[in-house]
Design a protein around this ligand. Structure first.
Ligand code: HEM
Length: 530
């Protein structure tokens, strides 16, 4: 009788085992598989990191994917941390990973580069969309070369030069809001402020990074949302959709490198880069060579193109897209959360307004990158909002070797997700963690690893000083001119894609405060924007 291949295989194995019954061999094989795929991964063992039940092969991928696609991963991890403690092990096909909210481990993972490195997971998941952007690159020579080339664009001199441009973009926004309020019968403006901030931060990156006016604010005024916003947003969605699954399944999910959706995103990004570069070359041809100090990020990258270690044209494109991506949504979400907290806490808002009224007139040149520290309460408010509402809620690292931590064994090459959101709300480090209390920052030096909105260590946020100038300038101008209140009837729903934000934005009512002359603003170096 002809035998099916599986049966003949079993017969061969049985013969090799000295003529054992093929059925017993099959049962033993099945048992072995069960032990390897279900029992071992879920077995409680001393020193093994605890975690939720893992399905054979798929591990925790289905439940992670279901929560992540709805932007609800934080809720899931909150449950897991409550159940299993500050270190949890999870698995998706092909890899096991660790998620932690332990401050000391977070600090170590960010600063001890011999033991933890940024691995390739993020790069492999998004490089076809974003190219060789610094914020994606894994640790190693390529990352070092990019960081070295970009670092000079963030010196105090560069930031000093950038501040007046930022001031002008912020002025454009508050002037517009004032006009809106002036033309409304109620005397106040009702706006969805997140869209305004997204446009503002987009324009700031364009101007400061590339002397390119994206006119995002302008297109918003024209009643349309610039297409590039939806493209950038789609990148986050694509990456989130890909993350729990192996590359070979991305195509099936509609997010493979050759899927129409992905190709559309790439086409838009290439167009944007071509436009910026063409404008830059035209500007270079029109004007005298710039002083090194007055150069933007793109000038610096292009001017040094012949020097050893310089970035190639492709790498420059990656950095440009990377800066738009890493630098605009993060700052916009941070600003939106700040307005949300100020609108919810009118007492804090009034104290801040009083500080602004007291400090601003004393600044001879208006608010600059050098005198921001005069606004002490503002600094507390920004930090407290970043603590409660970090926009980067987690980042990943990988162990370079096996280590022991608090009695647990963390194997080599373990992908480790650092839970910024959770550690910044941990009652162990933050009394009354859910309370928005800027005064807690008075004289406070946070416990290492417990406050990391910009990361830490050598891969910390290269744009953090620029971001803080932008955020503080915009906030000072806004609170100085308007009283901010939440418009009733909206539910504030949070989503966590690549960054955390409000799903439907934030609708606020802006009522002009008493009109009084503003302190002068330092003029920008040239008239790029009106
Ligand atoms: C409030 C705003 C911002 C927040 C909360 C933020 C947060 C972060 C965090 C947490 C990291 C560390 C990632 C890691 O360690 O793997 C990071 C890296 C980075 N950020 Fe930001 N960021 C902000 C604004 C900006 C801006 C305005 C820019 C550019 C102008 C920027 C560019 C970058 C880049 C290029 C990296 C990668 C650095 C490296 O790997 O060497 N960010 N950011």
């Amino acid at each position: 009788m002809p035998q099916d291949p599986a049966h003949s295989m079993l017969a061969k194995i049985a013969a090799a085992m000295g003529g054992a019954d093929p059925l017993s061999v099959a049962a033993a094989a099945l048992g072995g598989l069960l032990i390897a795929l279900v029992i071992v991964p879920n077995m409680p063992a001393r020193r093994r990191i605890p975690g939720p039940f893992k399905l054979p092969v798929l591990g925790n991928a289905p439940v992670l994917a279901s929560y992540a696609s709805r932007g609800k991963a934080l809720e899931l991890f909150q449950l897991y941390f409550e159940k299993f403690g500050p270190l949890i092990a999870l698995s998706v096909p092909g890899r096991t990973f660790l998620r932690t909210m332990d401050a000391a481990l977070i600090h170590r993972a960010l600063t001890d580069t011999d033991t933890f490195r940024k691995g390739e997971v993020a790069y492999k998941t998004a490089a076809d969309l974003l190219g060789d952007a610094l914020f994606l690159l894994p640790a190693g020579d390529r990352w070092r070369r990019h960081r070295k080339q970009l670092q000079p664009a963030f010196t105090p001199t560069q930031l000093r030069n950038a501040a007046p441009f930022i001031g002008r973009v912020a002025d454009r926004l508050v002037d517009h809001l004032e006009r809106l309020a002036g033309s409304a019968a109620s005397g106040s403006a009702v706006v969805e402020i997140h869209a305004e901030f997204t446009a503002l931060t987009f324009d700031v990156i364009g101007l400061v990074g590339f002397s390119f006016d994206c006119k995002a604010t302008e297109s918003l005024r024209g009643g349309q949302r610039s297409e590039i916003f939806s493209v950038i947003e789609d990148i986050s969605r694509i990456v989130i959709k890909r993350a729990p699954w192996p590359r070979m399944l991305w195509g099936l999910l509609g997010v493979g490198p050759n899927s129409p959706r992905v190709m559309r995103v790439r086409r838009h990004l290439n167009d944007l880069f071509d436009l910026v570069i063409a404008e830059k070359h035209a500007a270079m041809a029109r004007s005298e060579p710039k002083d090194l100090k007055a150069m933007d990020i793109l000038d610096r990258l292009l001017i040094g193109a012949d020097e050893p270690g310089a970035l190639t044209q492709e790498e420059v494109a990656g950095e440009m897209i990377g800066f738009f991506f890493a630098g605009h949504e993060t700052s916009a979400n941070t600003l939106t959360f700040l307005v949300m907290e100020l609108a919810r806490h009118q007492d804090v808002q009034e104290r801040l307004a009083a500080e602004i009224r007291a400090v601003l007139p004393t600044l001879k040149d208006g608010m600059t990158a050098d005198n921001m520290h005069e606004f002490k309460y503002l600094d507390f408010v920004v930090k407290e909002s970043q603590r409660l509402n970090p926009v980067i809620i987690r980042i990943g690292r990988e162990t370079t070797r096996e280590i022991e931590y608090n009695g647990f064994v963390i194997p080599a090459k373990m992908h480790t997700m650092l839970g910024f959101y959770e550690v910044q709300r941990d009652p162990k480090y933050w009394p009354e963690p859910e309370r928005f209390n800027p005064d807690r920052w008075d004289g406070l030096k946070p416990h290492s690893g417990s406050f990391v909105p910009f990361g830490d260590g050598p891969m910390n946020c290269i744009g953090q000083k620029l971001a803080l100038i932008e955020i503080k300038m915009a906030l000072v101008k806004l609170v100085d001119r308007f009283q901010l209140a939440l418009e009733p009837g909206q539910t504030l729903e949070f989503v966590s894609l690549m960054t955390r934000r409000l799903k439907h934005g934030l609708v606020v009512r802006l009522t002009p405060r008493l009109i009084r002359p503003l302190a002068p603003l330092a003029s920008p170096p040239s008239g790029i924007i009106n």
